[in-house]
Write a protein that binds this ligand. Structure first.
Ligand code: ADP
Ligand code: MG
Length: 636
């Protein structure tokens, strides 16, 4: 067959395969056009997940007759004013969306600009344009797309079920509505309203409406900028997680993107704090010089290419980590509510004042974090009850009431364990008596009792805590390990009997390349034999626990990740293994503790980041106030 040029409809249909793969991608293009046209109100009606019907009505600028005629032609765009691809302010710019959609579906466009006396209508079916006729319509543009892919049956077959297509459509709508809070969105599916959000100045309001009210209440505000990048938005507290990763909304220069680099960075940020199968939630806007990011990689514009991707990931990791660390204890609030509900008498006996309207103000009070004594809380400290502890320790030499006998309260749990043999029970008791008042001023108060050899009850002036000693000890161990690693002062121990590990040939190269990283974690590995490694030293903290298994597991991940494995992954994999060893190896569960030991553990918790949960995201303590108890017993 001789070479011929493709006809325009065919060209558009081929292009449509790239630009529009499903109803959601059509919808994205249409919404973006409306936003580019300055709309402040967008109404969307869908049927059958958008497969048979998509309608979008905006109040944007509209088009005149010439533009209406041109807009469905390929490479016709009003959005690259100075022919500079890297200076695009609008969402669209490829000038192919309407051409592509109207080559594979039945499209109707009705549009009206402010000064026009009537609206104008154009329809296009399978690439065939009608003549433009006058029509009735308010200012703005109204587009219908019927029977997507009717003209290309082969593609029609790839459409998924209504539910799947609908959820993809909603995902698109959610993302664009998050980046445009000043625009109202109203969405129906088969005549049922799915989303109705009014225009708002408050990003938080939009966040709560679109993602969930819960997220609005359990999110940390992130706000960072340097010469290179600005990062703005919200990330969830470590106790607020979801089962799927699709509640992670990223925007680059205000465009919604789904980018592996960004999602991976978020995974690494939360990795230490949440169970493996759970995911953090975020809504983050990254702003950087447009010349440092190529938004044009993907026809549907969801992928981006960063010029300095490594740098972006590093900044993101350290910034988000920083913000998470500033909020280490905020998480315990909703647990108190749950605990209180558990204590509340059975439903039939619920006293009248437990109606929801009374619970609400109560809940608000729970949301306040544990209160340290007010006199020592400067405004800089007020967001972090635990920074109070540290400043208290620093002040204790000058403040007589806190100069604790022998400084016992400031010893670490392990020091106390070690010294305990030197104390007689009577001495211990006397010390505790004299310290009680002082101890009550600590955020977690002084230990009162132990239950089931597993839980510590402690008391402050106005509240009591229930502490899961095992969960807390796990976190302490883990944070200590990380601190040693980060400060490059991990203590190693020579293995009396070195472990020999078989290494598969194809991961040997990677293993050898990462020997110095292993060393950073306290493992000295050397090649041995043909396909074997020998472990000569290991972190002293591990006390020889499961070292062989740990290294084998880590090497397995080399196999999964291949050459893409880098420092960050290695770190997170090793930490994950260490953390599960910490979890299983922790001896604190089911062990009687003296009051002295309990107090030392409490003091350790106070100064350890994220000590309100174990490495697997289980809470490690719960707080109830005196007035909660009074309410519970109907005293107030
Ligand atoms: P692009 O958005 O990349 O320019 P499209 O095919 O999506 O390409 O749209 C072509 C042109 O049609 C746009 O540049 C714009 O001028 C016009 N247009 C499309 N949708 C609208 C709308 N809702 N309101 C006003 N003008 C629109
Ligand atoms: Mg467009």
């Amino acid at each position: 067959m001789s070479i011929r040029f493709l006809n325009p409809v065919l060209i558009n249909q081929i292009a449509a395969g790239e630009v529009v793969e499903r109803p959601a991608s059509v919808l994205r293009e249409l919404i973006e056009n409306s936003l580019d046209a300055g709309a402040t109100s967008i109404k969307i009606n869908l049927r059958e997940g958008g497969k048979t019907f998509i309608e979008i009505i905006d109040n944007g600028t509209g088009m005149n007759a010439d533009d209406l005629d041109l807009c469905v032609e390929r490479h016709a765009t009003s959005k690259i004013p100075d022919n500079n691809l890297f200076n695009i302010q609008s969402l669209g710019f490829r000038g192919e969306a309407l051409a592509a959609v109207s080559s594979v579906a039945r499209v109707g466009i009705t549009t009206r600009q402010a000064f026009m006396e009537t609206a104008l209508h154009l329809s296009v079916s399978g690439g065939e344009k009608s003549v433009i006729t006058p029509a009735q319509s308010p200012i703005g543009t109204h587009i219908t797309v019927r029977d997507l892919f009717y003209a290309t049956p082969a593609r029609l077959k790839f459409l998924k079920t209504t539910a799947v297509e609908l959820s993809a459509c909603m995902d698109v709508i959610e993302r664009l509505s998050l980046s445009h809070p000043h625009v109202s969105f109203y969405v129906t599916h088969n005549e049922r309203t799915l989303l109705a959000v009014a225009a708002t100045d408050s990003f938080n309001t939009r966040l709560s409406k679109v993602i969930s009210k819960d997220f609005g209440e359990n999110a940390i505000r992130v706000n960072y900028h340097d010469d290179f990048i600005a990062i703005d938005g919200h990330i969830s507290l470590t106790t607020y997680t979801t089962s799927s990763a699709n509640k992670q909304y990223f925007f680059v220069n205000r465009r919604p993107v789904k980018d592996k680099l960004l999602h991976t960075a978020l995974k690494l940020v939360y990795h230490d704090y949440i169970p493996r199968e759970r995911h953090g939630v975020c809504c983050l806007f990254l702003t950087l010089d447009p010349s440092l990011v190529d938004m044009n990689v993907h026809p549907a514009k969801t992928e981006v290419r960063f010029v300095q991707s490594g740098k972006i990931r590093d900044v993101l990791l350290s910034v988000l980590h920083g913000f998470l660390r500033e909020h280490p204890t905020q998480t315990s609030s909703h647990l108190s509510q749950a605990a209180l509900e558990a204590f509340t008498p059975a439903n039939t006996l619920v006293p009248p004042h437990y109606s929801p309207s009374v619970i609400t103000p109560l809940q608000q009070r729970f949301d306040a974090r544990p209160q340290a004594p007010t006199q020592a809380r400067s405004s800089a400290q007020k967001n972090n009850a635990f920074s109070f502890t540290r400043s208290l320790s620093a002040q204790s030499s000058q403040t007589p009431s806190f100069s604790l006998q022998g400084n016992t309260a400031l010893q670490t749990f392990e020091e106390v364990e070690r010294n305990l043999e030197n104390h007689s029970d009577n001495e211990v008791y006397a010390e505790e008596q004299s310290e009680e008042n002082a101890l009550a001023h600590y955020p977690l108060g002084h230990a009162r009792a132990q239950l089931f050899k597993s839980y510590i009850i402690s008391e402050t002036n106005d509240a009591f805590y229930l502490v899961d000693q095992h969960a807390a000890a796990e976190r302490l161990f883990y944070e200590k390990l990380k601190r040693q690693i980060d400060q490059r002062e991990i203590k190693r121990q020579l293995l009396l009997i070195p472990e020999i590990i078989d290494v598969k040939e194809h991961v040997l190269k990677n293993t050898l390349a990462h020997l110095s990283s292993f060393k950073d974690f306290g493992f000295i590995l050397e090649p041995f034999g043909v396909c074997q490694m020998i472990v000569r030293e290991a972190p002293a903290l591990l006390e020889n626990k499961n070292i062989k298994q740990l290294i084998t597991d880590v090497l397995d991940c080399f196999e999964a990740e291949g050459d893409t494995l880098d420092q960050h992954f290695l770190r997170s994999h090793i930490l994950e293994k260490l953390s599960s060893i910490a979890c299983h190896g922790s001896v604190r569960f089911g062990r009687s503790l003296s009051l002295l030991e309990m107090n030392a553990l409490l003091r350790d918790i106070e100064t350890t980041p994220f000590a309100d949960q174990c490495n697997h995201g289980r809470p490690s303590f719960i707080r109830l106030t005196r007035s909660d108890l009074e309410k519970l017993f109907e005293r107030s």
